[in-house]
Design a protein around this ligand. Sequence first.
Ligand SMILES: [Zn+2]
Length: 477
Amino acid sequence: MRFVPFIAIVSALAASSCISADVIVLKNGNRIVGMNVTEDGGRVTYQTSAGQLSIPKAIVARIERDGFSSSLADGAAIAPPVSAPQIEPAVGYEEIAQKAVHGGAVDYAYIESLESGARTGAANAINKVAAAHYAAAQFFLATGDSESAIEQYQQGLEFAPSNFGLLMNLAVLYLRQSQFTQALNPLQQARTVSPDSADVYKLMGWAYYGADKTGEAIEAWKQAVKLRADPDVVEALKKAERDQALESSYREGETAHFDLKYYGGAAPELARGILSALENDYNDLQSQLDYTPPEQIAVILYTGQAFADITRAPSWVGALNDGRIRIPVEGLTSVTPELARELKHELTHSFVGQKTHYRAPTWLQEGIAQWMEGRRSTSDAAFLVDAAKKGALPSLGALDGSWIQFGDENASVAYAWSLAVIESIIDRGGIGDVNRLLDAMASAPSPQDAVQQSLRMSYGELQQQAIDYLNHAYLGN
Ligand SMILES: [Zn+2]
């Protein structure tokens, strides 16, 4: 499980500008990146891209200045920790699986023969059909083809609508694809089959939470905890209850693709401005990234007081990805150019996360998000080329995972380097190459494999391409 930094944008801003950022370490272990951190009376005040914020000193453990501090790599896109329960749908499964999938392909003729046997309604024959479709689905999952896997589960369920294993596996696949409302159908059926399953309620909670139905999510998770102790669910439940406590005082705005909540203090015209900016961004990203998120995206704006309320909670940093874009807007009354860039940046994370089923490496997430917000390598090109000559640039492999441990300087390089790599890809093959890369990420065994499959390059070759591009595009070499 990873922490999702609440003020995601701040780290991007801090890291990619020349201003040094400090880190405020809270007593609960969470970390806030901010600029110009000062202590004043009972409060710690700091600067973010969204204006000045302050928190009670009582909740701060220490402030880490420069060099020693770490920047939080923002990631809007963390998958819910759901896993398909290990369920064998039939006795003699191994034998059926071997007949259903062999020689690197699904034997549809064999599955059809089982299906015609099952039309008599005999329980044993129906179980065999379920087992065969389950095996076929596992085969497709192993090759990264989630769509075909979903089809297999659905076909199995036509014959065996009460097969718990098929229902739960189908639900997990929908959840991984952010199809929260879709996931509820098999889960409701699974609850009928097995009313005392903690797993069913756990997954239902995820589905409701993802679909922005906090009240229903809380009910489901309470039931899950009643049936079985589960620390993941307890954490999720606490977080949802905090959200709900604030939601009662939120005002709401809704458009076709967004559900925006904001705490009383924010100006309605700011909310309207943000929604209108997000709708434009959405249309642009939809066409550029050739992807449409299946559900409305939740956005929450925080003003100072709400922000402080949340930081007092034991875990204001999202420990789970709920797909919600959370933005501090203290002091703003309209969409400034800076805020507009942040909105586009954060929305890009949602698109990239969902399109890749949350498998995009951090350099890809941050590179595309910066590119989409309009940032270019102009002022960083000379530095990056020089660093490459000295062998001081990190390899892309070192930027695949979380950046949380990076100090400011390393994070700053990581952001700039990631942007340069994306620019070079777009320069060579257009946005189409980025989309091929994202599609490959969704299914390839590793990010390096995805680069190889889609761009026909190793990480080393991609790095060289980026340096060549910087030299050529910015330095006249
Ligand atoms: Zn970012």
